[in-house]
Design a protein around this ligand. Structure first.
Ligand SMILES: C[S@@+](CC[C@H](N)C(=O)[O-])C[C@H]1O[C@@H](n2cnc3c(N)ncnc32)[C@H](O)[C@@H]1O
Length: 334
């Protein structure tokens, strides 16, 4: 009797596969995965996008989370859902990757796309309102997290290492009070500064006048909405976390970079200081380094050098260079 062995049944891996199949076995959940391809949304936003109640969408998100197809991240008081990345070398990883690949072929219904656009518009309006209200106290608000003096030298180190020719042009998106414009004006033949906040643009205009920057053009424009002539270098300092759909924004911004040119992004690394949403109008609590690289790759840009700056207040800043190939084969992969 003692020699009789019970068959060794391992349930856990099959449970995991079953959870994956169950999660993928529902059209709404597949569409949620599709919607999360390049974005993250809160529960209420997803309820709005898919026009179902909060408890209904919460149930579907729970099933997706149990299958490890989505991951959560706290942004202020809200929980945001994003896709979890497949782990190719772990059990179920290939099925996970294949499921996402197939889901990406889905075309979201027109009404869902319209409601996604509405969610993005709500986020963008919140950001614009903040800068309209806070222009007077801009510097103080900005210094709560990171002021230009803390990252200026790192951005300049990356910029100067790229050795742009004298006739090269630059665009700065979201110059704020224009603190970085003198540095760009010294290094480029022409600089275009795009800001969608009239109050912030006035601050930048004052700085350009005081410093006699006659090669800087200031434009009141939403950098993501209005077409602009491309430049050799596009710079964003602490702007991306104010944009409604950062992955889509990167695609659009890549279009502002000439072939062979560069996109320089200074951003906060992912953090959990949710007070930054109310105090500084941040829509996103920084970004994972990998997310920026993935979004840039999808926009047809190649990751270059990066610098990381730890600040005494606990925030960390990433300064990233993304290069646009000389002869792009496509304007971005989906
Ligand atoms: C936090 S401030 C950063 C200012 C400056 N770059 C700095 O580092 O101090 C963000 C700026 O981006 C601008 N902004 C936000 N969304 C924008 C958009 N879609 N198009 C153009 N400017 C935008 C805001 O008006 C604001 O001036």
């Amino acid at each position: 009797m003692n020699n009789l062995r019970m068959p060794h049944l391992r349930f856990e891996p099959s449970d995991e596969l079953a959870a994956l199949c169950k999660a993928g076995g529902d059209p709404l959940r597949l569409n949620v995965l599709r919607a999360l391809a390049n974005d993250s949304f809160g529960v209420l936003e997803l309820a709005q996008i898919f026009a179902i109640g909060q408890s209904g969408i919460s149930h579907h998100l729970k099933v997706l989370a149990q299958a490890r197809l989505v991951a959560t991240r706290r942004e202020g008081n809200a929980i945001f859902y994003r896709r979890a990345l497949p782990q190719a070398d772990s059990f179920g990883g290939r099925l996970h990757a294949a499921l996402l690949e197939e889901a990406d072929q889905l075309q979201l219904p027109e009404d869902c796309l319209a409601r996604i656009a509405a969610v993005h518009a709500q986020r963008a309006a919140a950001s614009r309102d903040f800068f309209a209200r806070m222009a007077d106290t801009f510097q103080a608000q900005q210094d709560l997290i990171a002021g230009l003096p803390q990252y200026r030298e790192s951005v300049l180190a990356l910029l100067d290492a790229l050795s742009f020719p004298a006739q090269a042009t630059a665009i700065e998106v979201g110059p704020g009070d224009g603190g970085f414009l003198p540095e760009l004006a010294r290094r480029f033949s022409r600089v275009t500064a795009l800001d969608n906040s009239p109050a912030m643009l006035e601050l930048a205009r004052g700085r350009c006048a005081r410093e006699g920057l006659d090669n800087v053009e200031l434009l009141l424009a939403d950098a993501l909405a209005e077409p602009q002539p491309a430049a050799d270098c596009v710079v964003l300092n602490l702007v991306l976390h104010h944009l409604a759909a950062p992955a889509d924004a990167l695609k659009h911004l890549a279009g502002l970079v000439k072939a062979g040119g560069s996109l320089l992004i200074t951003e906060l690394c992912s953090h959990d200081q949710s007070w930054a949403r109310t105090a500084c109008g941040d829509l996103w609590l920084g970004f994972e380094q990998d997310d920026l690289a993935r979004w840039a790759d999808a926009a047809g840009l190649a990751s270059g050098e990066s610098l990381y700056i730890g600040l005494r207040n606990g925030f960390q800043i990433q300064v990233r260079h993304f290069a646009k190939p000389d002869h792009p084969t496509s304007t971005g992969k989906e």
